[in-house]
Design a binder for this molecule. Structure first.
Ligand code: NCD
Ligand code: ZN
Ligand code: ZN
Length: 424
């Protein structure tokens, strides 16, 4: 059935809002700015922004194995509500997608219950244990979007090197959670000022940056495409910047919380503020902003990481790392950085659509004729307070509860079908 989305605004290269319309048929965009076709179903955009559905290279859906935290159904519905239509699911599930059999199991679950496009990772090592290497060619052949052991760092350089060489032959990206286990020191937050005030053990910045520095050299030697997860420190930024300058094929992402918060914002020993990597110092946060603006950091990923209320109830020590992200990412970034004039709307949208898509060579994140009709309508004037208890996600673990934000997705269309619509 043909659908005609009328009365919408599209963002041009100059970040200006231009009145237009989009016509979709058979799950694809067939016209931009065209007339209303005879008999088409009409969607009235009411003068709001129409943007490409967001692309998230880094999410945790927890199924299979941890369905008490999230499922593919609840996680993908949460993504749809946040405006995400393509999400790449990290492999720290049970079982881990480390074999064709396990990946096929996950592919089946996605087919059954995902409401947006879920692209699974294959793991770099068997059971993400860092020991035995997985067969990357087999994982690619069965739909792995990229390879990662996110949740843990790959400790042995040789393991990383061998997998990078195999990934390079397959022209696939190795995606790394960078954390040297010998430098964690049982930390639960950043080793800086605030952890000392709270009397909590800290994770030093080098825990992350030292592994990025190792990996960019390995990627150079292997000729691999290498993507760094959740960059959080200024030294990490420098390592990525230097590597790019040297022509190494490295890309990097930053998460909304590392752009919005720093260690001194942590109100107390509350596990809703515990994530990996932790909130760093103000100068780290500032360097992440500079890195996005100068292209050192390529895109924004949520690292949506739901956990249960029980797991997050009782202080930082003992609680798992991670916070949810889908349903708050765009409004928070729009309110804090676009409304304040630090970024253009075009920059923000690009960092959440076309930029991440390019890293994995995905044909999504653009509004053009022939593209998949993955579209969102955003009401830039809608203002709302974040209430964690109202999330579609099973997770309630966010440090942003009670924050007011503007710019909410009010409709999400995936492959031509409405998968989220605001309740009035
Ligand atoms: N980011 C987190 O704090 N937690 C993630 C794992 C990860 O991304 O490293 C999780 O799976 O819970
Ligand atoms: Zn990680
Ligand atoms: Zn993660």
């Amino acid at each position: 059935m043909t659908k005609h989305i009328k009365n919408i605004k599209l963002l041009n290269e100059q970040s200006e809002l231009i009145n237009s319309s989009v016509t979709i048929d058979n799950g694809k965009i067939i016209a931009i700015g065209g007339k209303q076709p005879e008999g088409a179903e009409i969607i009235d955009g009411n003068g709001n922004l129409l943007a490409p559905g967001f692309v998230d290279l880094h999410v945790h859906l927890r199924e299979p194995g941890f369905e008490h935290k999230e499922t593919i159904a609840t996680g993908s519905a949460s993504a749809a509500k946040g405006g995400f239509t393509t999400i790449c699911a990290m492999p720290n599930t049970k079982p881990v997608p480390d074999s064709v059999e396990n990946l096929q199991l996950i592919n089946g679950l996605i087919k059954e219950s995902a409401v947006v496009r879920v692209l699974p990772y294959g793991s770099l090592t068997v059971a993400q244990s860092g020991d035995e290497r997985t067969n990357l060619a087999n994982l690619k052949a069965h739909g792995a979007v990229a390879f990662s052991d996110d949740g843990v760092g790959v400790q042995l350089a040789a393991t990383m090197f061998e997998q990078m060489k195999d990934a390079a032959k397959l022209d696939m990206v190795v995606v790394a959670h960078c954390e040297d286990n010998s430098l964690i020191y049982d930390g639960v937050m950043h080793e800086g000022k605030r952890n000392k005030e709270l009397g909590l053990p800290g994770i030093p910045s080098v825990c992350e940056s030292v592994q990025i520095a190792r990996d960019v050299l390995l990627a150079e030697a292997a000729g691999a495409r290498y993507h760094v997860c959740h960059v959080s420190t200024k030294e990490s930024v420098r390592a990525v910047r230097d590597a790019k300058a040297a022509g190494i094929r490295v890309t990097a992402e930053v998460c909304p919380h590392h752009l919005l918060l720093e260690e001194m914002d942590i109100p107390g020993d509350d596990a809703n503020w515990k994530m990996n990597p932790p909130l760093r110092a103000l100068e780290d946060k500032d360097s992440l902003h500079a890195a996005l603006l100068d292209g050192t950091i390529d895109c924004i990923s949520t690292d949506h990481a739901p956990h249960t209320v029980e797991e997050k109830c009782c202080g930082m020590v003992g609680a798992p790392f991670g916070i949810v992200g889908f349903e708050t990412a765009f409004p928070l970034l729009y309110t804090q950085f676009v409304e304040t004039g630090k970024w253009t709307l075009k920059q923000l949208i690009d960092w959440m659509t076309v930029k991440p898509a390019q890293i994995f060579n995905l044909p999504y994140g653009k509004i053009e004729v022939g593209a998949s009709a993955d579209l969102i309508i955003i009401d830039l004037n809608k203002e709302q307070t974040i209430h964690a208890e109202e999330f579609v996600s099973k997770g309630r673990n966010t440090p942003f509860n009670g924050w007011a934000a503007k710019g909410w997705p009010i409709m999400t269309i995936f492959e031509g079908n409405i998968v989220y619509k605001e309740e009035k």
